[in-house]
Every structure is written in structure tokens, then in C-alpha cells.
Design a protein around this ligand. Structure first.
Ligand code: NAP
Length: 282
């Protein structure tokens, strides 16, 4: 590691270069990679995120289609759309954007995305395969956590890791990926008593609670590394993580910044997964 801040922009750029090379080779060979994002929300932040994926995909040479179903789409329509795309040979990656309409869940609808096209790990089968050590695409955010740790040379095997958060999108897949790399993993959540006592024993702390300022110096082992997955909007239009960076800096040897840490790597890996899917390399 070189310094406290473990940024993600350099790594994201390297992933994009490699992904663009693979996309060009696939296109030349007659398989132009194609990603489809299914949107069933009128949420502004979500619309911004989908546009940013489209822009990043275009720069890399991936076609990105967006299917707008509207915020009042019913579950049957969303499921039928995902089923149709899963059977379409010209589509290699499928993302179901969140939030979803009331009554719809990612865990339920994600099951309609073919595992080999599930580039953001939304199908519960993908999580199950991950847990069983079988090939699957992890959610891009979870994959980004591991990619950042590797990029900054953080040793995982035999070390203690704590994950704050147990969602199927971040906490659980991150825990499985860390376990797979031989870390000893503790998963914490809102019912964990004395959170700091647990997390302060961890060499690697992954914060994915969505609670600004939750992680302070007392939560961190001296010399530990903190990966901040939290993305919490501020009233002035900015973004902060779950870690109080100034406080955490008193003890941590490394901290991923927000913005500029997990976020850019997540988008780059989403597109990387799409190119892998187009190459049939789950
Ligand atoms: P989520 O579904 O709301 O899950 C949050 C988890 O944190 C839950 O397991 C919850 O526990 C736990 N938690 C909440 N408050 C806690 C507390 N005070 N102490 C301990 N645990 C607590 O959120 P998510 O979808 O996993 O996302 C988590 C964060 O990551 C959010 O800020 C989200 O915006 C961000 N995110 C970032 C990216 C990216 O690309 N950078 C991508 C996805 C998500 P319970 O299970 O007990 O409720």
C-alpha cells in the first residue's frame, strides 16, 4: 500500500482498457458485446446511474440498450422482459436496475435472468453458486471490493475480515468472496451488539451499511484497512461513505475514498463481466 487513500480510479481505468481490447476482438470476430439494462423506476439517481453505464459502455465498445418499463410496471411485465432477454442470443449481459416498484424484489425477479448473462449477480442462483465455489458473476460492487484490495496489495489469506451489512447485493457476496480467499470472516448487521468490539479485531473492514459516519476510529484495528462501500447523498448534492474519514485515519493504514473508491471499479467491472459473458466465459 502507498498512503492512506486506496483509490479506485487508476484500477478502473486499467480494467476499462483491458475490457475495450476484449470488446474490439469480440466485435471483429462477429460477436459485438451487448448489455441491456431493464429500468422499472422513475428514480432520478437511478436514471443518472443508467446514463453513466451507457456512456462508459459506448467508450469501451459495448452496445448498451435501456428498456424503460416505467415506475408503475407490474411484476409480470418485468419478469417477461427478463425472460425474453435471457433467451435472446444477441444479448450478453442483463441488469435489472433498482429501486423496483412496490411489491417487486430483486431476489424474486433476478431469478428470471439467465445465470450466464447475470453480469451484476442478481439471480439468487448466482449467489448460491458463489457460496458453493462454482463459477458465477458476483454483484459488480462485491467484485470491486476484492479487486481494490488486490490492486493495493492487501493480503487476505489467514487474516481477519469483518463485513458490516448482510444484503444480497453487497454484504453476503463480499463475505463469500473473502472466505473464498481464505480470510476469516465475520458478518455484522443492525442487530450485532457492540459493533466496534467486533470490527476492531478485523485486519480488513468492509463497510456496507449505508449509514454516513457509522465507522469511526473505535471500529478500526490499528493498521487495518477499511473498504468503504457506502454511498450516501449529502444535502449539497455530494456523496459520502459510511466511514468518518478523519476519525478512521487515526488508526487505519488504508481507506478507500468516497467518491473515487469502490464506485468507479464497480462500473468498470460490470462492463468487464459483460465482455466475459459475450465471450462465453462465466
Ligand atoms: P441495504 O440493503 O440497506 O443493507 C444495509 C445493511 O447494513 C443491512 O444488512 C443492515 O442490517 C446493515 N446495517 C444498517 N445499519 C447498521 C448499523 N447501524 N450497524 C450495523 N449494520 C447496519 O444496503 P445495500 O444495498 O447493501 O448497500 C449498502 C451501501 O452500499 C449503501 O450505501 C449503498 O448505496 C452502497 N452501495 C454502493 C455501491 C457502489 O457501487 N459503490 C453499490 C451498491 C450499494 P440489517 O440486515 O439488520 O437491516
Amino acid at each position: 500500500m502507498s498512503g492512506l487513500l486506496l483509490g479506485g480510479r487508476e484500477l478502473a481505468a486499467a480494467i476499462r482498457v483491458e475490457t475495450a481490447e476484449r470488446a474490439a476482438a469480440l466485435t471483429a470476430a462477429g460477436t459485438p458485446p451487448r448489455l441491456t439494462v431493464v429500468v422499472a423506476t422513475d428514480d432520478e439517481a437511478s436514471a443518472w446511474y443508467v446514463r453513466s453505464i451507457g456512456t462508459a459502455a459506448a467508450k469501451i465498445g459495448i452496445t448498451c440498450d435501456v428498456i424503460e418499463l416505467g415506475g408503475d410496471a407490474d411484476v409480470a411485465t418485468i419478469r417477461a422482459t427478463l425472460t425474453r432477454l435471457s433467451a435472446d442470443d444477441l444479448v450478453h449481459g442483463i441488469i435489472l436496475q433498482t429501486p423496483l416498484p412496490a411489491g417487486a424484489t430483486l431476489e424474486d425477479l433476478g431469478g428470471a435472468i439467465a445465470v450466464e448473462k447475470d453480469v451484476d449477480g442478481a439471480n439468487p442462483l448466482s449467489l448460491g453458486r458463489l457460496a458453493a465455489g462454482l463459477p458465477a458473476y458476483p454483484p459488480a460492487t462485491a467484485a470491486a471490493v476484492l479487486a481494490l484490495l488486490d490492486h493495493h496489495g492487501v493480503e487476505l489469506a489467514g487474516r481477519r475480515a469483518a463485513v458490516i451489512g448482510r444484503s444480497t447485493v453487497v454484504g453476503k457476496p463480499v463475505a463469500h468472496l473473502l472466505l473464498d480467499r481464505h480470510a476469516t470472516v465475520t458478518v455484522c448487521h443492525s442487530r450485532t451488539p457492540d459493533l466496534a468490539a467486533v470490527t476492531a479485531t478485523a485486519d480488513i473492514l468492509v463497510a456496507a451499511a449505508g449509514r454516513p459516519g457509522l465507522v469511526t476510529a473505535e471500529h478500526v484495528k490499528r493498521g487495518g484497512v477499511v473498504v468503504d462501500v457506502g454511498t450516501n447523498p449529502t444535502p449539497d448534492g455530494g456523496l459520502v461513505g459510511d466511514a468518518d474519514a478523519d476519525s478512521v485515519a487515526e488508526r487505519a493504514a488504508g481507506l478507500t475514498p468516497v467518491p473515487g473508491g469502490v464506485g468507479p471499479v464497480t462500473t468498470a467491472l460490470l462492463l468487464n463481466h459483460t465482455v466475459r459473458a459475450a465471450a462465453g466465459r462465466l
